[in-house]
Ligand binder design. Structure first.
Ligand SMILES: [Zn+2]
Length: 179
């Protein structure tokens, strides 16, 4: 290990929290009836809701709530009796409609953990990753040529813009590369 690395380790402690996105296996998107078919051509399977056209109102996919609830229970989370979605307004190349509907302070479920079987390699006991909230959100579109030759121009694929994502969020608790 270099001297610079040693000095860095003396001055700083690594503390990392992770937000992980998991796609739920549903036939339709989270807020409309468009297909989630993977591999379809760009910008098909869209509707006024996906495209955020004026007056379009999202309707929550019941199957998404069911699958997310099952995942939450498997992770030892508490299902919350009140769960709230919020509209987060921002523009980004992968979100040209200008907002995302997600959960933050009142998510679907809270306080679970993912147990990791280390087989006694690092520790005599299983390690676990704490999860402080688990919410639902819509996925973004993705840039088609963001890394292509025409870097001055980005085209978005709206097809996946409202696919369903499960968002387990871990508190800042990772303190080493092994963790
Ligand atoms: Zn749609």
């Amino acid at each position: 290990m270099s001297d610079a690395t040693e000095r860095w380790k003396e001055r700083y402690e690594m503390v990392v929290g992770l937000e992980v996105h998991v796609h739920l296996k549903t036939a339709t998107k989270i807020f409309c009836r468009c297909s989630t078919d993977f591999g379809a051509a760009p910008n098909v399977n869209t509707c006024p809701i996906c495209l955020a056209l004026p007056g379009a109102l999202p309707v929550l996919n019941e199957k998404a709530v069911e699958l997310a609830s099952r995942a939450a229970l498997a992770l030892g989370c508490t299902l919350n009796k009140v769960s709230v979605f919020a509209r987060k307004n921002y523009f980004y190349p992968d979100l040209p409609k200008g907002y995302q509907i997600s959960q933050f302070d009142q998510p679907l479920a809270s306080n679970g953990k993912l147990v990791i079987d280390l087989g006694g390699v690092h520790s005599a006991v299983d390690q676990f990753v704490a999860l402080n909230r688990l919410g639902l959100t819509n996925g973004q579109s993705y840039p088609l040529d963001f890394f292509g030759a025409e870097r001055h121009r980005t085209q978005s694929n709206f097809r996946i813009q409202t696919n369903i994502q499960l968002q387990p969020v871990q508190p800042p608790s990772v303190t080493s590369a092994f963790d």
